[in-house]
Design a protein around this ligand. Sequence first.
Ligand SMILES: Nc1ncnc2c1ncn2[C@@H]1O[C@H](COP(=O)(O)OP(=O)(O)OP(=O)(O)O)[C@@H](O)[C@H]1O
Length: 802
Amino acid sequence: MREIHFSSTLLSSSNRNPFHLKKRDTTTATIAEMGNRSSEEKVRKNEGEKPRKRVVNFFGDEDDDDKKERVDGFKKILRNEDERKGPFIPRTDLEKMKTSVCDNYSTNSTTFKLVKQPNEQILNRVSDNRNKDGIVNTFDWGSKFISDKSATTFTKKYQPPVPNDTEWRSLKETAKKLKQEREKLPIWSAQASLIEKLESSQVIIILGETGSGKSTQIPQFLLKASFAQKGVIGITQPRRVAAITLAKRVSQEQATKLGDKVGYSIRFDDKTCFKTRIKYLTDGMLLRELIVSNDLKGYNSIILDEAHERTLLTDLLLGFLKNLMKRRKEFRVVVMSATIQGERYSKFFDEAEVCFVEGRQFPVDVYHSVSPEKDYCDALLRTVFQIHVNMPPGDILVFLTGQDEIENLEGLIVEYGQQLSDDCIKILPLPLFASLSQSKQMQVFQPAPANTRKVILSTNIAETSVTVPGVTYVIDTGLVKIKSYSEKSGLETLTVQGISKSSAKQRTGRAGREGPGRCFRLYTESAFDKMEEATRPEILRCDLGMAVLMLKARGEKNIMEFEFMDMPSRESLIRAHELLFALGALDQAGEITTLGKEMSVLPLAPALSRTLLAAREANCVSQVIDIVACLSSEAIFVTPQGKRDEVGEIRARVMSSTGDHLTLLNVVRQYLELGSKGERRVWCERNFISGRGMKTDVRKQLQEYCQRFGIDSGAADDSEKILRCFLSGFSSNTALLQADGSYKTVQGQIIHIHPGSTMFGKKVEAIVFSESVYTTRAYVRNVSGIQAQWLQQVIGHYLRQS
Ligand SMILES: Nc1ncnc2c1ncn2[C@@H]1O[C@H](COP(=O)(O)OP(=O)(O)OP(=O)(O)O)[C@@H](O)[C@H]1O
């Protein structure tokens, strides 16, 4: 590996001054230091929050799909009834297979034997496909379905406003001012060398500290390269909020309106046009374009930003782009990352050059807790108010773990803020988390009103690439909610864990963007020293169902041969194949089915897209969308501390006897019946329903999506039909009642219904659930009671009645 160091102004200074705002109770260890399990328990105890399995929209994005051709293609697929008839998993084939009886199930009325498909066999078939004559990949619809052209870079619909003379002058002036700032960025002096490197090599790795100017400047440098004179420079971001804010900033720097020369594309929102040359897009969005357009012909180059985050989608993109480079020699790839793992990327891209950009724009003083915090939320509140009362102006960015926690703290800050003396400036807490509507998210980036200090309470979505104007102080709890997957149980859960050093540095970096900053870490320096260097790649700790579906849809015949930077475990690949097979997305030969192709274009996780497609058949799309939107929102039901009984009584009014899924539907219906915003707000407050959760964009987006692609939004009001749709999607999330009152899943795991579920304490012969939670034992949430008989019909290949 060759290394190149660019000289640049080295302004960074990471002073770790001992800091304590006030002596805190230090009798027990800090959350961040207690290890994952105890921290998780502590958080749950304090916040009433549970790590949980969530099935959410998989893609952060959606393709530009206005092309008639593509819509028609999709409709054609949807009308292709023949391939969906009959059992979606060929029963005869399964029966031929050697099966192993894993367990016996008993309910009051029925006994089942669990019959599992042998794992080895599935995977071996998958690996064998390449060599078998006659077994060809059935991915032959891409060109008909969505043409290469339509999957490029723009929609016809979006037309950026044409600036008038005054606007034009103002754009120019802003850009001129920003140019002076850009010239001071550490990366500025590397401009010529970087272009030169890319003219001669197809791929380079750029490592640079936070704030050095990678995300905003590199695409603008590339504009000058000879290979980029035609087509689009794509730059991927793991998160939507980063794609939007970066596009806004760079369009200002280029003196154009957003969506003109510089634009962004995220799920259901495409601000690009035929003139767009720099396009910020989420990694999921680019993956979808790849699926429908083999060679990304509209792009001259792709910049993978924040590659160190190692999201599942970025890892898939790395492999796909490596292949694409072999077919398109003129195509360029830039991998950008924080200053770690340069060698690994270099090796992955056959010893590609690594360029280092040193230096950060402004110094950030880092303070650690003197001793471990007993209660980090308490420590956090004190720190917020001590900064607010004692320190110079500047907004505060706080890193927390999730919506519940953010909302609780938001309430407390408002409450304590009202008690501040009159001569103190106001304090304004603003939440920022992924399921918050886009308009609410963007409020965070508006300047604070006069005489007010903003406190942004954010999950890790503001951790990388994002500049929140005005932020001078960062408070880092050292915690994050992260996905983890159990191969044994096949369940994916969200758990609160300690962050890595790399995340801690990224969080710190958010303070030094516009001037010198300060970062207060609510953990000790020795706790920082003990942190992992980097977060474990998502591909090694998540359910790979969607990844395998993507690979299959993209035409990858042998997944074992796909070039992963880190090869996922064989077990998790087997699990993913089993899941997709059970959902009918793969056939017995491991090939993608028509149903699988349909599922791959829906912007949902496989279980949910299968549910939605089942709803199409059952004519209850409208109801299922309402429920899916709630499941995709962080938390619809709010239970304030000490109000459990009151909440229970009120909730009974919307409760459905069948369980949580139809209860959610009741909630949505009652909410939508109310006419005005005010009425809805009051109703939510009275019924302990999260107003934000109800306002989620997902419902509208899914409705629009179905409308566009001709999925009829039938509204058959039949509870059984609706529940059967969920059963089709969550067939592996089913369990039967046992004699001791617990439930046993298809995989043989004992689970319990969570006290927060409307099904808690109820005994029904079988349940379907869409979320699992680990606390002291395995709990499931979003549960509905079903008839054991239905299980036999829907997943008869798994369960054999005896
Ligand atoms: N939306 C914005 N508003 C104001 N300033 C911005 C904005 N985006 C970027 N900047 C300025 O440009 C500088 C460089 O930002 P950029 O995102 O390019 O850095 P980076 O090296 O990619 O950092 P990171 O790795 O943290 O994303 C920031 O430090 C900030 O001063």
